[in-house]
Design a protein around this ligand. Structure first.
Ligand code: MLT
Length: 349
């Protein structure tokens, strides 16, 4: 069993449960990807007039999940700063790679923006034919926020502690089910690391997002999963799911009673979920700068800070909400996770 090293640069990532009713319009059922001409009904205005129509923020997982939540929280203040409505569109599939591929091919006019997380850095190691290059086919706008993961189970699942869970899963690997949001999703990566850390392989049950996965977990249709505090904090607090640990070096303020994986006996399982915004390569620099500046305004918004705090999270530092910091993190994470995934002997899909 290979040792799971803590990825260099693993950062504490915090998530957000958007309580704000945002000036954003949820739309799209994921069938149609971002329109080629930009999400706002087709780009075309030049950079000097940008933005002169709606902007589409693409979320690569189901509505109501952690990625959707983070997106909607920052979308309102960004919309106010940019002076245009932001339309949030969920484009699910293949652990976030369907949406990423579609945004990579969208018009580079600033009207189609992708929110993605650590999955952008693991996809190259997990997919043989990705169809896009995370570093070449996108301009980075900036890092957004950073999320811990929690290991949770259906309430009537037998194991009471993480140690019990390790013993139970090891002894019943052929009958235990582990939910995730598809190969390359953060929940998949964390589940991979958990299985590798305990030397057992269980039956994975993929969903289009951990929003629906958590619904099934609460309903008892699946046994356990790794998911971000964005999605699990309120259910853990309400006692709707069993929680074993949080995958960060320190406990999360919003879940003070939840031990870290280190405290609970799995010190090598530490994984955080960093999020960033992307636009297609070739998007004019002045548009990238406008979006990055609007992101910084959103992350300094007291409402955003407070809502992030509800889940023990905080915006990244201003200097990280920049294209340069985002690109540096993505480059380092692609290299780090590529090695860890190879060491774990994971077959590419
Ligand atoms: C989601 O938004 O559903 C999650 O980010 C999926 C995942 O990455 O586990």
């Amino acid at each position: 069993m290979s040792t799971i090293r803590r990825p260099a640069g693993t950062v504490r990532l915090f998530a957000v449960l958007a309580a704000a009713s945002l000036a954003v319009t949820a739309c799209g059922d994921g069938d149609g990807g971002p329109t080629a001409g930009g999400g706002g009904g087709g780009g075309g205005g030049d950079a000097a007039d940008y933005p002169d129509q709606n902007i589409t923020f693409v979320v690569p997982f189901s509505a109501g999940g952690p990625t959707d939540t983070v997106t909607r929280l920052i979308a309102e203040p960004m919309s106010e700063e940019l002076g245009q409505q932001i339309v949030v569109q969920n484009v699910e599939g293949a652990g976030g790679t369907v949406a990423s591929g579609e945004v990579a091919n969208a018009e580079p006019d600033g009207y189609t923006v992708l929110m993605h997380h650590i999955g952008m850095s693991t996809a190259p190691a997990l997919y043989q034919d990705l169809g896009f290059d995370p570093l070449e086919d996108f301009e980075m706008i900036g890092l957004v926020t950073e999320v811990p993961m929690t290991i949770v189970a259906r309430n009537d699942f037998e194991p009471e502690t993480l140690e019990d869970l390790i013993d139970y899963v090891s002894a019943n690997a052929d009958s235990v089910t582990l939910a995730n949001a598809g190969i390359g999703a953060a929940s998949h990566l964390c589940g991979l690391l958990f299985q590798d850390a305990i030397g057992a392989t269980v039956q994975e049950v993929p969903y289009e997002g951990t929003g629906p996965a958590l619904t099934d977990l609460i309903g008892g249709q699946v046994d356990f999963m790794c998911d971000q505090t964005t999605n699990t904090t309120s259910q853990i607090t309400a006692g709707e799911v069993k929680a074993y640990a949080v995958t960060t070096p320190e406990r999360v303020d919003s879940l003070p009673d939840l031990p870290t994986t280190e405290e609970a006996g799995l010190p090598d399982l530490q994984v955080g979920v960093w999020h960033g915004l992307y636009v297609p390569a070739g998007t004019p620099e002045e548009i990238v700068t406008q979006l990055s500046d609007a992101l910084k305004v959103a992350l300094a918004d007291q409402g955003v800070i407070d809502q992030m705090g509800d889940l023990g999270t905080a915006p990244v530092a201003e200097e990280d909400a920049t294209p340069e910091a985002h690109r540096a993190r993505l480059e380092e994470q692609i290299e780090t996770w590529g090695q860890i995934i190879a060491d774990a002997g994971v077959e590419q899909s």
